[in-house]
Design a binder for this molecule. Structure first.
Ligand code: UDP
Ligand code: GLC
Length: 419
């Protein structure tokens, strides 16, 4: 019999272990943390555990919630391959070669993960990122039911997709963050896959129209703005596909005819190779496009609600289909008008001209034209922003997510632990 994990009660009616490939706070980690918080309240007798592959805000905040948290760092080589980087045949081949060839770090990691998971004796293992979907399927005890929570398009990662397909028989249920991601998963995994769409929620008491505002001008070293100058922002991690360059190009076009302030809120977040902009690179783009003094970089902010409240218009600029777009939902909850590209899961969240304005993904001219409408018309900003808050309250209620997850866990076959 395994020694168990201190504090992870054997007598709990349900024991759920979450696996996260990172403890840095991106959208998927925010969603996981909110779920942990809301489950704690809804099911106080359940044992909740978390394994993350590095230390960071997710691990700290989970511990504060009373979630038994273990940090099991990935070997360096594996940590630097981003989920998004698991696309080229060479990537997995390299990793597999190292594993098969007995790279001690990899073998040790896999053993440590298997032993740690076994010690939790979980009824359910809920993995929250592609690397953990794979590792969880390989390392799980037979009796634990595995749930894959997909925040990304599987088809965008052809190589990982092949691995996932081979492991799908080890997974009991699949959660997709939007209908768009669910459709992709059904196509990739085949008709037998049990895929449920669970839209993400937003903390509607934190992301509110009124409340503290960050001084983004000071943070971005911009001179204080004159009253009434519209403030337009992109709030995102520095992943290249988030469209920072598209956003800057649209602002360059807008500057030909309108006055405004622009902000890039966010920073490089992940340890992965090559997939992100750097601060100097974005600063150089601002200079090249003649936007110095008009557009500033604030760096990563912890209080994104207070950053969103500083803005009059929030832009979504992703150049690839966005699986969900948590920051859009948060901006809507803050009653901010959003301008979003009509692609991916985002299209499900909004109603064009009612609670958002839209443009064709990748088209900076269309984006600039929509921004011009909002810069010119305060009442349009107010109408769209008010409708956005109303939609957010209906669509992104955390109680809906908890209800859906409880329903899903309840449907999983339970295998009794050996005495
Ligand atoms: N965010 C943040 N600080 C920043 C920039 C972003 O806290 O400086 C948060 C934002 O509020 C949201 C998350 O990071 O909760 C981004 O989630 P989203 O799903 O939009 O994007 P992704 O996870 O793909 O980066
Ligand atoms: C991923 C997706 C993003 C989504 C987030 C939370 O980071 O790229 O669109 O909002 O997960 O589900």
């Amino acid at each position: 019999m395994t020694p168990g994990v201190s504090g992870f009660s054997r007598t709990s009616p349900m024991r759920v272990l979450y696996l996260s490939p990172t403890a840095s706070m991106g959208g998927a980690e925010r969603v996981l943390l909110d779920l942990l918080h809301n489950l704690r309240v809804a099911q106080p007798t359940w044992a909740l555990g978390l394994i993350t592959a590095n230390d960071g805000p997710l691990a700290d905040d989970a511990r504060r919630l009373g979630v038994i948290t273990e940090v099991l760092p990935f070997p360096r080589e594996f940590a630097r391959i981003g989920d998004a980087g698991l696309t080229g045949p060479r990537t997995w081949a390299r990793f597999a070669r190292r594993a098969a060839g007995g790279s001690m770090a990899t073998v040790r990691y896999f053993r440590a993960l298997r032993t740690t998971i076994a010690a939790f004796e979980p009824d359910v293992i809920h993995s929250n990122g592609i690397k953990m979907h794979v590792l969880g399927a390989l390392a799980k005890p037979e009796r634990s039911a595995l749930v894959w929570h997909f925040h990304d398009y599987l088809s965008a990662r052809p190589v990982t997709c092949r691995v996932i397909k081979r492991l799908k028989h080890r997974c009991r249920a699949v959660v997709a963050v939007s209908e768009s991601v669910a459709a992709d998963l059904r196509e990739q995994l085949g008709p037998g896959a049990d895929v449920t769409t669970v839209w993400n929620s937003v903390d509607l008491t934190r992301f509110t129209p009124g409340g503290p505002r960050l001084d983004l001008d000071a943070m971005a070293s911009l001179a204080r703005t004159e009253t009434g100058l519209p403030r337009i922002g992109l709030v995102a991690t520095f992943a290249r596909w988030k469209g920072h360059l598209l956003f800057l190009e649209a602002l360059r076009l807008l500057k030909e005819t309108r006055r405004f302030r622009g902000y890039i809120v966010g920073g490089p977040l992940y340890e992965t190779d090559g997939s992100q902009h750097s601060l100097p690179e974005l600063q150089a783009a601002i200079t090249r496009l003649g936007l110095n003094g008009v557009v500033g970089l604030t760096g990563f902010v912890r209080d994104s609600d207070a950053a969103l409240r500083h803005l009059d218009v929030v832009v979504h600029a992703s150049t690839s289909p966005e699986p969900f777009g948590l920051v859009i939902a948060e901006a809507m909850a803050c009653g901010r008008p959003v301008v979003v590209s009509r692609a991916g899961g985002v299209a499900e969240l909004i109603e064009p001209e009612v609670n958002a304005l839209t443009y064709t993904a990748g088209n900076s001219q269309e984006l600039a034209a929509q921004l011009a409408r909002l810069v010119d018309d305060v009442s349009l900003r107010r109408r769209i922003g008010d409708a956005a808050r109303r939609s957010a309250v209906e669509q992104f209620d955390p109680q809906r997510v908890v209800g859906q997850m409880l329903g899903l866990y309840g449907r999983l076959p339970r295998v009794k632990a050996a005495a």
